[in-house]
Design a protein around this ligand. Structure first.
Ligand SMILES: [Zn+2]
Length: 270
């Protein structure tokens, strides 16, 4: 879609954390502005797409592949280094399982934005699993891998309403909240689904990472407009509190600014 056509389908977003309208524009790309809320410091894309336009014209799988090949063209040394170091990094889906296992080891789990079901394939060895996915292609692959009845297709904020309240032990959100135009609604949906004392486990790009400062607009966390919320540990903890959660203690290894990923778990307040 051209920048002009995009502009006609966009509407202004208020701050997804606190609802305020006053903001500073930090940077622009085509029709998109990245802004910082004057009231709470949340950084986000200042306008939004309807869910149906997003699903139809911004398939995450295609855009992710395009962005990866663009990075390879512009920064071959970074990409080469990242590939050389990859065997030293823990396997992403296993890391998701170990982060979840810190707080829950069995019971009912629902994965928001389950993508192609990779994490659910591992999780189903320990949990009774359900997944929700907006991308029709991702949902189809997940259904083939996990089972037809275990996957709901559509926006998380709408599909979660079809599941029973107070019935899940864990809600996992790995690479979901940065895509969600209304992240507080996504968190409230997680809160409704969880049993009292249940836990949500989140992974999202770390806007406070040194890499973001060094690489500027080439930072892998931006993905404009697929990623529309850029959380720091402070703003993620704050939005969790507003949705009725208490953020849980994070190990020091997860708090380093050298990490592009921000991992955080939070418990449903009674
Ligand atoms: Zn705000």
């Amino acid at each position: 879609m051209s920048a002009t056509a995009q502009a006609t389908t966009l509407k202004t977003r208020t701050c997804p954390l606190c609802g305020a309208s006053d903001r500073q524009v930090l940077t622009r790309r085509e029709a998109w502005e990245i802004v910082e809320c004057d009231a709470c410091g949340m950084v986000f894309i200042g306008s939004e797409l309807a869910y149906d336009v997003q699903a139809r014209e911004h398939d995450w799988r295609e855009e992710h592949a395009k962005a990866a090949s663009e990075r390879k063209r512009k920064q071959p040394a970074f990409v080469f280094l990242s590939r050389v170091l990859k065997p030293l990094r823990p396997h992403t889906e296993e890391r998701m399982l170990s982060q979840t296992g810190r707080w829950a080891r069995s019971g009912k789990l629902v994965d928001f934005g389950c993508g192609d079901g990779g994490f659910l394939m591992l999780a189903k060895k320990h949990f009774e699993v359900t997944g929700i996915e907006l991308s029709p292609r991702g949902a189809e692959i997940s259904r083939e891998r996990i089972g037809r009845d275990a996957i709901l297709e559509g926006p998380v904020t709408e599909m979660a309403a079809q599941l029973p309240a107070d019935s899940f032990d864990v809600v996992t959100q790995f690479g979901y909240i940065e895509h969600e135009w209304r992240p507080i609604d996504g968190l409230r949906a997680a809160h409704r689904l969880l049993k009292p004392g249940g836990v949500t486990v989140i992974k999202t790009p770390n806007y406070a990472s040194w890499n973001r400062t060094i690489r500027g607009m080439d930072w892998c966390g931006y993905h404009i407009p697929a990623h529309c919320n850029y959380f720091t540990p402070r703003t993620l903890a704050e939005i969790l509190r507003r949705a009725g959660f208490e953020p849980l203690r994070r190990p020091i290894a997860d708090c380093l600014p050298t990490s592009d990923s921000l991992w955080m778990a939070a418990r449903k307040r009674e």
